[in-house]
Design a protein around this ligand. Sequence first.
Ligand code: G3P
Ligand code: MG
Length: 244
Amino acid sequence: MHKFPKFIGHRGASGFAPENTCVSMRIAKECGAQVVEFDVKKTKDSELIIMHDSSVDRTTNGHGRVIDMTLAEIKKLDAGCWFDPSFSGETIPTLKEMFSTLRHHSLGANIEIKPCPGTDIELSAQVIEFIENYWPNTLNPPLVSSFSVQALKTVREKSAQIPIGLIFDNPIPNDWKARAFDLKATAISVHHKSIENIEMIKEMHKEGYSVLAYTVNDHNLAKSLYDLEVDSIFTNYPGGFKLK
Ligand code: G3P
Ligand code: MG
């Protein structure tokens, strides 16, 4: 079974810094994270950028859908001031800039493929090609995850080796075992509310999958999940609450 650190910085250190920015990754590292998670999308002109939502409205000073905007338009936006004026001037990173940040800080990654509707296949094919060409050779291979089965099938077609993380919504589907097997998954990411009992986690471990729970920002919840033998949690506050 793949070994994960006890916590993964969700969108970097998104409780302390604007999510999915390079500064958020740096702060996650300073807080003790060894691995960070971030979300990848495509712009109108097929550039890979780091962004969670389909629109830029919530996390920048701009408006509109990512899929309707070019990289040049995206790069004009301020992705920091919405969080705190002290972060103004921060921009939405390209995937290339993110890789450079990871290399600089020796940070491992969980790259989440977050397709805008209808872009699942082309986005995942492009992300895999990008990883093959540019992933820093000083770092362990990233975990590539998605809620989109179509995206992950493409990932597996393009790469036999890359570690795949299958993300499930709440509740976990009954056929989780077949889905994970088909993808030769390394990890299963589950909503913390969907974990019913320790047997469920033990069964996932028995099949060889690491179990990662999202998104956990509370010490007591983290403790109860570790007691259920969850391998790692995604948290917005890496190092920000005491973990055993
Ligand atoms: O992979 C864990 C988590 O990132 C999935 O949810 O919406 O924060 O991307 P979301
Ligand atoms: Mg995510």
